[in-house]
Design a protein around this ligand. Structure first.
Ligand SMILES: NC(=O)c1ccc[n+]([C@@H]2O[C@H](COP(=O)([O-])OP(=O)(O)OC[C@H]3O[C@@H](n4cnc5c(N)ncnc54)[C@H](O)[C@@H]3O)[C@@H](O)[C@H]2O)c1
Ligand SMILES: O=P(O)(O)OC[C@H](O)CO
Length: 333
């Protein structure tokens, strides 16, 4: 059996960027992709030509096409696949788990079937006793891969896993890790900000200005806090990296696929055209339906998320959605 400090499962832009960051810290890191031909290309090029062509792999980053070998090489697993395949990947991983395996993920989203948190999915698949952890915060893959200064939050069900994973990820020169004890808040922040970012993109695509964008971020934060508190998260979490931090990042910078998706829709593209142009995962598309389901189940009012949902799933015109928000009953802040 080969030994590694950590195995990263999922070689899209973010899985690759995190694997580079871990390997740059000097840790032997395995990066697994479900597509053997992608593994061959990554190994030959020593970079991810498709997503991150300028970030060369450190020597301590190794590619792995065999899931069993990737899972058994390290007790630390970091899953970085889109949320709609998260459960499926966990089911594939399960038979290969070591008795001491610990599972973290940097996926941002909810379970598409139920709207549940990915923690619940993980507990259902691998049982309630395995140490679990989540990484969430304002982290564009490209900047992280280039070693530009970045900060993130980490929460875990297990104090040792939290500390040891933070030690692996943290880099004094470029990657700052904040420990947080709110697993629920970190997961929700990562999912709901995707929906608000689509809303911010829609507003900009319609030609609205900085006032509208900032109002969406501010009221989007309130919606996130409301849902979070209803699900047992701590309100303060949403003033941190996985809340306000990630909302500002994704709502204001065109590196965000969710924001670009909203921009294209606001400028008149169809969902299919906008999605095809981006050519990568746009988590907020599914998250809008999941958040709609979750908010309904918990009786939480989320007017911005609701309007985004109606534009994406009920064919509502984006301008009408904006008017629906502006014409709501006036209320105290
Ligand atoms: N890219 C970023 O900047 C960034 C930052 C923070 C969080 N995230 C989150 O990370 C997750 C992954 O996003 P990404 O940006 O890397 O996506 P991506 O679109 O760049 O790549 C998706 C990758 O997922 C993998 N994949 C797809 N289906 C799979 C399957 N059935 N089994 C195994 N692997 C499969 C493939 O390697 C594919 O390349 C998302 O939840 C996203 O929100 C991304
Ligand atoms: O490109 P996006 O919109 O999926 O955002 C990427 C990250 O989640 C930013 O933190």
């Amino acid at each position: 059996m080969t030994h590694a400090a950590i195995s990263v499962l999922g070689a899209g832009s973010y899985g690759t960027a995190l694997a580079i960051a871990l390997a740059r810290n000097g840790h032997r890191t395995l990066l697994w992709s479900h597509r053997p031909e992608q593994v061959a290309a990554l190994a030959a090029d020593r970079c991810n030509r498709v997503f991150l062509p300028d970030a060369l792999f450190p020597d301590s980053l190794e590619l792995e096409a065999d899931l069993q070998r990737a899972v058994q090489a390290s007790r630390n697993l970091l899953i970085v696949v889109p949320s709609h395949v998260f459960a499926d990947v966990l089911h594939q991983v399960k038979p290969f788990l070591r008795p001491d395996s610990r599972i973290a993920w940097a996926t941002k989203g909810l379970d598409p079937a139920t709207g549940n948190l990915l923690q619940r999915v993980a507990e259902d698949v691998v049982g309630p006793d395995r140490p679990l952890a989540v990484l969430s915060g304002p982290t564009f893959a490209k900047e992280l891969a280039m070693g530009l200064p970045t900060a993130i939050s980490l929460a875990s069900t297990d104090a040792d896993f939290a500390r040891e994973l933070a030690d692996l990820v943290h880099c004094d020169r470029s990657f700052r890790v904040y420990l947080n004890d709110d697993m629920v808040g970190l997961q929700l922040g990562g999912a709901v900000k995707n929906v608000i970012a689509i809303g911010a993109g829609l507003a900009d695509g319609l030609g609205f200005g900085a006032n509208a964008r900032t109002a969406l971020i501010t009221r989007g934060l309130v919606e996130l806090q409301r849902l979070g508190v209803a699900l047992g998260a701590q309100q303060d979490t949403f003033m941190g990296m996985a809340g306000l931090g990630d909302l500002v990042l994704t709502c204001t910078d065109n590196q965000s696929r969710n924001r670009r998706f909203g921009l294209a829709l606001g400028q008149g593209s169809s969902v299919d055209t906008a999605m095809a142009e981006i050519g990568q995962v746009v988590e907020g598309y599914r998250n809008a339906a999941e958040v709609h389901q979750l908010a309904g189940r918990h009786g939480v009012e989320m007017p911005i998320c609701e309007q985004v949902y109606q534009v994406l799933y009920e064919g509502k015109n984006a301008r009408e959605a904006a008017i629906a928000l502006l014409s709501r009953d006036r209320k105290a802040e």
